[in-house]
Design a binder for this molecule. Structure first.
Ligand SMILES: Cc1ncc(COP(=O)(O)O)c(C=O)c1O
Length: 431
């Protein structure tokens, strides 16, 4: 394309109207979700165990979610953060243990490990923007209890290699699929590779009820332990009766149950999930294809494009300065959403997804003011550093990359505008 004057230099912007906000599931909400929520409200049965006319929405969601995922069990919970606590508790995480986490994640991953008294150990990422298996291998010590593999920004990481490491070292693998619900590798869904998996149904996620989450596993024992932890501390049998004769299932509950209204909405969203993902994947790969013309722009390494949920496009530039200039120029061309949304930002602005932006981690913050968990006797000698510089590949990728959200309702002309903006800006900064 012949270059015209960039908007950042006073030229005409490609578009004036902001791009649609992200929120994948929300764009596909219609009368069906409304009907489902109203049905539960009319039944006056909002609690999963009883009511005036119980609809068993949570129970049905759990069965349907497990079925579409391909695991034996699923537990609906109040949030993805809650799902992390429940799964890690089921896996027996506590003081004196290290849990390997990626440099690129969401703060809830760190919080769950720390609040349970264990020590998070940062492992660097690679061009998949997920855990680098070679770096994970280097982090393993006799104190390592497990690995949390976070499938970030919509696409699966190299979970097969991480699964092998976990098996070889006899440690657990927990998959955090909050940002990749519905993603897969060669037809196998993320969330089925690990001992357990967690999902979030918060409003930014591929399916949503505003808040909510899920824990999935194939293990009956882990399922029962997780069920106990999400509820009152006791597991239940198939008939819903408390299991009181197994001391391994006498735990402490967190009260993270999911309610019937959100479960009803989520059951509708679950049916729409393939459609939502298809829309984002289609838009993203149209844009990626157009960017292949610019070999100096590095596209995120994706194992299996067909299994990418498509909610984010990540592009990486030769240096931080070029990334900054391209980003400013794209934004000036109108590749932005309204202020509530996140689109087209330098990754260094991606807040609590970056390990070194988590000041509580960097500063070893403690809720009890007495150094929990860092100063526990069991954790002596396990101290780690978390400041910038700990994970150099992540540091470099963050400062050289731009993140663009791909809403599930992009029209062809919106995609065209994104492609036109890149095609106008890139030849100027990457001749
Ligand atoms: C990777 C990851 N894990 C966990 C969570 C926590 O989910 P929630 O916001 O539902 O607590 C999120 C979402 O915000 C996330 O992105």
């Amino acid at each position: 394309m012949k270059s015209s004057k960039l908007a950042i230099n006073g030229g005409k912007p490609i578009r004036k109207e902001p791009l649609p906000l992200e929120f994948p599931g929300v764009h596909h909400m219609d009368k069906k979700e409304i009907k489902a929520a109203v049905r539960v409200l009319k039944s006056r049965s909002l609690f999963r165990y009883y009511g005036m006319n119980l609809q068993n929405e949570v129970h049905k969601l759990e069965a349907e979610f497990a079925q579409q995922l391909g695991t034996k069990h699923a537990i609906g919970v109040a949030s993805g953060t809650g799902a992390l606590y429940v799964a890690l508790s089921a896996l027996g995480v506590g003081p004196g243990q290290e849990v390997i986490v990626p440099a690129y994640m969401w703060v809830a991953v760190l919080a769950a490990v720390v609040n349970l008294g264990a020590i998070p150990v940062l492992a660097d990422i690679d061009e998949t923007f997920c855990l680098n298996p070679a770096e994970v291998e280097k982090c393993i010590t006799p104190k390592t209890r497990g690995i949390i593999m976070v499938h970030m920004s919509g696409a699966p990481g190299n979970v097969q290699a991480i699964q092998k490491i976990a098996r070889d070292h006899k440690i657990f693998l927990l998959e955090d699929c909050a940002q990749c619900n519905g993603g897969s590798i060669k037809g196998r869904k993320v969330g089925t590779f690990g001992d357990m998996a967690v999902f979030s149904f918060q409003m930014n996620k591929n399916m949503t009820a505003g808040e909510g989450g899920c824990v999935a596993t194939n293990s009956l024992q882990l399922y029962r332990r997780a069920f106990a932890c999400h509820d009152s501390g006791y597991a239940r049998d198939e008939n819903g009766r408390l299991i009181l004769d197994d001391p391994n299932l006498h735990l402490w509950g967190r009260g993270y149950r999911l309610d019937e209204v959100r479960a009803a909405v989520l059951r509708v969203q679950l049916k729409k999930l393939p459609r939502i993902i298809k829309a984002m994947n289609h838009s993203k790969y149209r844009i990626r294809k157009a960017l292949e013309k610019f070999p100096r722009v590095q596209l995120r390494k994706i194992q299996d494009p067909a299994g990418d949920t498509g909610c984010f496009l990540l592009t990486t530039y030769p240096d931080a300065e070029t990334a900054r200039k391209v980003n400013e120029a794209l934004r000036a061309e109108g590749i932005v959403t309204s202020s509530q949304g996140v689109s087209d930002i330098l990754m260094t602005r991606w807040g609590l997804h970056l390990y070194y932006n988590n000041l509580s981690l960097v500063q070893h913050a403690s809720v009890d003011g007495r150094g929990f968990p860092w100063k526990l006797a069991e954790n002596a000698g396990l101290e780690r550093k978390y400041e910038k510089g700990t994970c150099p590949t992540a540091d470099s990728l963050f400062e050289r990359s731009i993140l663009i959200a791909i809403p599930s309702c992009l029209k062809k002309r919106d995609e065209d505008d994104i492609i036109r903006a890149f095609s106008k800006v890139l030849p100027v900064f990457l001749p």
